[in-house]
Design a binder for this molecule. Structure first.
Ligand code: PLP
Length: 443
């Protein structure tokens, strides 16, 4: 068996580029997980991407299931997106003034997220969640928030708190640089534990402005809400006058077309979206009940702004992507989301079978076009059970997949994504690669 860290791929140019990048940027990257630090190898540097494939600067081709961490749902460089962007760029790249494009994207989003009565576009998921919290605090006049351990909502200070074991109530900073004062206002509880959140809300409900949750959690690997859990959150927040924020930055348009809220039939007060709504350009959004959103400046007193917010190029990429996704099946178009779900299911079933054949215990999870596996023989339903997964097995699996031209996230605590560009042939190749990878794990 090949050892982890032994390359079959030629990555000479990538390795040289990484050496240089490390002298210029912390860890050589502009977002930590790209550094491949936890899989003990160097990352391929990307030259270009097209459809389901991504190509590195050494000329290696990979079938891509990272999809820029979610946005590339119609595939890379989709011809309609490219043409629309080419036309848009001729008209200037930013005006800092209103455009009809912003309303067009807003209407497309609202057509599948009826819980969003008003929306504000921002540039990243981090901004969306940060701003939603500020609005919820302004609206309720309360300071505290509840988040769930293992849910990631971007890197805003109040959301980078996970709580140490003894400090579940008061919160401790998870990252140096987050002040104690900020951390104190973030209460963290385990995901999928109805009793824990009920207790916190019963005890401190009248001080809590918002409960923010990834209704389908994608940042501790893919973890699904237990039956009735989201309903419990809805009922409890309603009872205590707390704003329920669904962070659907990742699971929006993926868990189902209408996100987790449509899939589970729960109406949150506010929703954060990102990734897909920008079609690969920097866009995110927050929105919700009219009464809450009317707190936002200039309508209301809660300030939030952005030089590049609603940028015409980003709006254009979002509009084309969402138009493709939301095309009405009755117009003779395929039901995009359903096809993605079926493709994902086929791949995952095959992976489960080949893991079993190799004698490797995995947990395979799917939500629409999101999927992931854990090297774990027990159920995974929260951060603790996810963290108990076998890291060494994942490293062997990851390396084997990469060497066979399958580009997956370099951590089992990330979710993978299917796109409309993945062909049957891509999926069959991936199934064959996974079969070999599980055998390598078993050795
Ligand atoms: N919320 C969720 C659920 C996410 O998955 C992410 C990013 O992965 C974010 C927020 C932050 O988004 P961004 O990276 O655009 O700031």
């Amino acid at each position: 068996a090949k050892k982890v860290g032994e390359y079959m791929l030629h990555l000479d140019k990538s390795q040289a580029a990484f050496r240089e990048a490390k002298t210029l940027m912390p860890g050589g990257v502009n977002s930590p997980v790209r550094s491949y630090k936890n899989v003990d190898c160097d990352p391929p540097f990307i030259d270009h991407a097209k459809g389901s494939k991504i190509y590195d600067i050494d000329g290696n081709e990979y079938i891509d299931y990272v999809g820029s961490w979610g946005p590339m749902v119609v595939g890379h460089a989709h011809p309609q997106v490219v043409i629309a962007l080419q036309k848009a760029v001729e008209k200037g790249t930013s005006y800092g003034a209103p455009t009809v494009l912003e309303s067009d994207l807003a209407k497309l989003v609202m057509s599948v997220y009826p819980s969003i009565e008003k929306i504000r576009m921002v540039n990243s998921g981090t901004e969306a969640t940060m701003s939603a919290l500020r609005v919820a605090r302004g609206y309720t006049g309360r300071d505290k928030i509840v988040k769930f351990i293992g849910c990631y909502h971007g890197h805003g200070d109040s959301l980078l708190v996970k709580a140490g074991s003894g400090a579940a109530t008061f919160g401790v900073p998870d990252s140096p640089g987050v002040t104690k004062g900020t951390a104190q206002d973030t209460i963290t509880v385990p995901y999928n534990d109805s009793a824990a959140v009920t207790k916190v809300l019963e005890e401190q409900g009248d001080e809590i402005a918002a409960v923010i949750v990834e209704p389908v959690a994608g940042n501790m690997g893919l973890v699904l809400p237990k039956q009735g859990y989201l309903r419990t959150l809805r009922e409890l927040t309603q009872k205590h006058g707390i704003v329920l924020i669904f962070d659907e930055v990742m699971c929006g348009f993926r868990a189902s077309l209408g996100g987790a809220q449509a899939a589970y039939g729960i109406v949150p007060d506010m929703t954060c979206l990102g990734k897909i709504i920008g079609g690969g350009l920097p866009v995110a959004a927050y929105g919700g009940k009219r009464e809450i959103m009317d707190m936002v400046a200039p309508e209301g007193p809660v300030y939030q702004a952005g030089t590049l917010s609603g940028n015409p190029l980003a709006m254009t990429a979002g509009i084309v992507t969402l138009s493709l996704l939301t095309a009405d099946p009755e117009d003779g178009q395929p039901d995009y989301s359903r096809v993605l779900t079926l493709k994902t299911k086929k791949l995952l079933l095959s992976m489960q079978a080949s893991a079993k054949e190799a004698g490797v215990k995995i947990q395979a999870h799917q939500a629409g076009s999101m999927f992931g596996i854990f090297f774990n023989d027990k159920d995974v339903y929260d951060y603790e059970t996810s963290a108990a997964s076998d890291q060494e097995a994942f490293k062997v699996y990851f390396k084997s997949m990469l060497e066979q031209g399958i580009y997956i996230a370099p951590s089992q605590f990330e979710t993978l994504f299917m796109s409309g560009a993945h062909s049957d042939e891509d999926i069959e190749k991936t199934e064959a690669a996974a079969r070999n990878a599980f055998k390598a794990v078993a050795q």
